[in-house]
Design a protein around this ligand. Sequence first.
Ligand SMILES: [Mg+2]
Length: 148
Amino acid sequence: VDEVVVVDLDGTLADNRHRLSHIENEDKQWGKYLSKVQKDKPVQEVISKINDLSETHKIVILTMRSDQTEEDTLKWLRKNDVSFDELIMLPEGHWNVKDCEFKERKLKNMENPVIAFDDKERNCQMYKEKGLETYLVELKAEQKIKKY
Ligand SMILES: [Mg+2]
């Protein structure tokens, strides 16, 4: 069985900072936030790492991004030459799910997950507790990928 690399999308492969203002206030404008996914800049450092790992590992993109953006997301991934085997998105309408719980549940269905990349500490914590080699991605940092 192939070893699996689990990688997050927003804030990890894709720089979503330009659209975060739509969901920072109490009145969250999810529609606007999601309508701009195509304009995300690629995070080259992470994409290169994932593309290297894809030579020897199965790549699963595991994201809380709603699956109503699946078409735009697939276009973006193709445009930015991201090598991956599977894309797991949050089903539309499941807004109340906590990210680390959703990801933990999906992780349980994977056969041999060994490495994870995510920009949220609590997700990294969960992956680490499950025994994965875990990397925290920080877009603001000069060196964006750090062992967690
Ligand atoms: Mg993220």
